[in-house]
Ligand binder design. Structure first.
Ligand SMILES: [Zn+2]
Length: 233
């Protein structure tokens, strides 16, 4: 154990890791964020997963429970984390956030009933360009902790719509842009009906709502939602 920690100390001497929040050097037992930034960061973590802002945004769809890990604020630490995860290939951030969120929702018994974790899919063209779906690591970490499969290709995105994250469209326009964009992958023959749908940022909720609507068209479907972050809250 002692030898291992000496090796780790040496390793980080040559390959130092820095905090994604404050840029300070991390000690070897810290990961992604230093302990100060992790305490400082504003979390959402609804106590009641059945009555909260995400459930309200999803109306009139019947979503059984929903939660989000972090508050998304422009120019804040969370925005930087998601930017690095999404555009800079910092995939380890996804694992870090997935493990963190699993600790939060593990005590919320309804989330333990899910049969499959499904990401909001990217259009294949966009995914090829980026090289990955930014939700993969987050979804895999959650899946491992909740002991259910992460089914990456369960849904398909049929239209390569412009990114709503940078769009100035109002809610009505956003809902129109993402209407009927998703479908369930006909190649996957599964019996899942109880889903945990995951996303990175929920702002107006238009995209994930369209995705949930498609999932709910499946007979007896139950949909729950877990998002890395929630904006405008
Ligand atoms: Zn820090």
């Amino acid at each position: 154990m002692k030898i291992k920690s000496i090796f780790l100390d040496l390793y980080y001497l040559f390959f130092p890791k820095t905090c994604f929040g404050c840029d300070k050097l991390l000690s070897y037992h810290e990961n992604i964020l230093c302990s100060f930034c992790q305490i400082d960061i504003s979390t959402v973590c609804f106590k009641d997963p059945k009555h909260n802002e995400i459930i309200t945004l999803m109306q009139p769809l019947k979503i059984y429970s929903a939660n989000a890990l972090l508050h998304f604020k422009d120019k804040g630490i969370v925005q930087n984390l998601i930017h690095q995860l999404k555009y800079k290939k910092q995939i380890q951030i996804g694992f870090f956030l997935g493990n963190w969120f699993a600790e939060v929702i593990h005590s919320q018994i309804e989330f333990l009933k899910v049969e499959a974790i499904i990401p909001v899919p990217l259009h294949p063209k966009r995914e090829r360009k980026r090289g990955y779906n930014q939700l993969d690591a987050f979804g895999k970490a959650l899946a491992e902790k909740l002991n259910v499969p992460y089914v990456k290709d369960y849904m398909i995105r049929n239209k390569n719509t412009p990114s709503l994250a940078v769009s100035s469209a109002n809610l009505e326009e956003r809902e129109r842009i993402v209407q009927n964009v998703f479908s369930i992958n006909p190649k996957l023959q599964t019996t899942y009906t109880h889903f945990l749908l995951i996303d990175d940022v929920i702002t107006t909720g238009a995209t994930i709502k369209s995705c949930a609507k498609t999932l709910l068209e499946k007979k007896n479907a139950v949909v729950r939602i877990a998002s890395i972050s929630l904006a405008n809250f």
